[in-house]
Ligand binder design. Structure first.
Ligand code: 4NP
Length: 165
């Protein structure tokens, strides 16, 4: 088991959360934390379980130099125990995760909106669903995720420092 696991969560686990997984994994690698931190992703809905990432999400990632091998998964309540930080892309994903929680506090204390780690984002800011839009929406999603990356890494570093030894 890694020291620290991050799980990115959206609705379908084919657009936003796989993009967040790829971007945050790269941030973790660049921070020298790849041996201690794993990043994965899931959806709150099961429509796309087993599917590749959406081709527009993949094209956006590849165009920006990221890579990703992906099979969509549906979030399982057991994963509240396995993940140290659960990152909801939007308020609806956040509410769905709270609904899945078995115990308020133990399960919900480590659920956050991804954009709460972007110091320039407004409180409550979301990564909007790009599924029914065009390529611009996917580029905006990528930029939003990238702006949150450093804050996520800082948060992880603080946790690792606090629990070291
Ligand atoms: P995601 O986008 O939650 O960012 O993966 C969506 C993917 C599929 C659907 C909705 C949103 N869908 O309705 O199938």
């Amino acid at each position: 088991m890694p020291t620290y696991r991050i799980t990115c969560v959206c609705l379908g686990n084919i657009c936003r959360s796989p993009m967040a997984e790829a971007v945050l994994r790269r941030h973790v690698q660049h921070a020298g934390l790849a041996g201690q931190v794993e990043v994965d992703s899931a959806g709150t809905a099961g429509y796309h379980v087993g599917d590749d990432a959406d081709r527009r999400a993949l094209a956006t990632l590849l165009g920006a130099g990221y890579d990703l091998a992906h099979r969509a998964r549906k979030f399982d309540a057991d994963w509240f125990d396995q993940s140290h930080l659960i990152l909801a892309m939007d308020q609806s994903n956040y509410a769905d995760l709270l609904d899945l929680a078995r115990e308020v506090g133990a399960d919900t204390g480590h659920v956050r909106l991804l954009r709460s780690f972007d110091p320039t984002a407004d409180p409550g800011a979301e990564v909007p669903d790009p599924y029914y839009g065009g390529a611009d929406g996917f580029r905006e999603v990528l930029a939003m995720i990238e702006r949150a990356g450093a804050g996520v890494v800082d948060h992880v570093r603080s946790h690792l420092a606090a629990t070291a030894g």
